[in-house]
Design a protein around this ligand. Structure first.
Ligand code: ATP
Length: 240
């Protein structure tokens, strides 16, 4: 028998006033999987992640995480259940140091030894953070800020990591570096749901992918197979 997925979304609908951002999305993420969510601007990728972490409200449908229905829970409750979100645009505390931003990522934890160990792990994954330790987050480069945002999310010791556009605003050389770190996290067994404009990078890292188009799943499958599937490009470019 196959185990229940860690995350299951059934028929999720989200609206902002008259705008139907999600029109009945279903997907699942199994433990240890990396799942990519791709699609054109406005397809609903960020809204999907924001619904999972309690920042956008479902009109209908359910989101189940580790057997618990979470779509009526608050964002802080959802963090405590084990979901961390590295949001689009990073949303760091620019006036606080790297150290303080990381500490805030761990603020729901009550295991100081574990927090200290995870801080050391972050220095291995993202060595630049040790060098910038006392520096204000707002003074870091785009790529450094992105690494800090990822590390801050990881400091919550999540069971599921939501990543929104980790390559956005990052110099090409650092994008490779960030995706190498994500590949290392995957090797360590981290379960991830990744929104990424760069489809090639996303499909290289992911096990499976869902292609969203105007609030619906247009296509889904094994990432390595979707890489050579013309329908992926059509989902971006094709007429409605
Ligand atoms: P992008 O890469 O541009 O962020 P996306 O696939 O993540 O695209 P969403 O940001 O999820 O798409 O947006 C889906 C739809 O919902 C769009 O039509 C967007 O304009 C709308 N939308 C998203 N958030 C809001 C909001 N807070 N208020 C009103 N409309 C919103």
């Amino acid at each position: 028998a196959t185990a229940d997925p860690l995350l299951r979304i059934d028929n999720l609908e989200v609206s902002f006033g008259a705008v139907r951002a999600l029109k009945g999305i279903s997907l699942d993420v199994r433990e240890g999987e990396v799942i990519a969510l791709v699609g054109a601007n406005g397809a609903g990728k960020s809204t999907t992640l924001r619904s999972i972490s309690g920042l956008a409200r479902a009109k209908s449908g359910t989101i189940t995480f580790a057997g618990t229905v979470i779509n009526k829970r608050t964002a802080p409750q959802i963090v405590r259940l084990g979901i961390a979100h590295s949001p689009e645009g990073r949303r760091l505390f620019g006036g606080l140091s790297v150290a303080e931003n990381l500490r805030l990522g761990a603020c729901t934890r009550t295991d100081p030894d574990g927090v200290a160990r995870d801080t050391e792990r972050m220095f291995v994954l993202f060595p630049i953070l040790r060098e910038r330790w006392r520096q204000l987050a707002g003074t870091l480069s785009g790529g450094e800020q992105q690494q800090l945002a990822l590390a801050r999310a990881l400091m919550a010791a999540p069971k599921l990591l939501l990543l929104d556009e980790p390559s956005l605003g990052v110099a090409p050389l650092l994008v490779r570096h960030i995706f190498d770190a994500l590949a290392e996290l995957k090797r360590q067994g981290m379960t991830m749901l990744l929104v990424e404009q760069n489809i090639a990078l996303a499909l290289e890292l992911a096990d499976r992918a869902y292609v969203l188009r105007t609030g619906k799943v247009a296509l889904s499958g094994i990432a390595s197979e979707l890489r050579s599937d013309d329908r992926v490009a059509q989902a971006y470019l094709g007429a409605a």
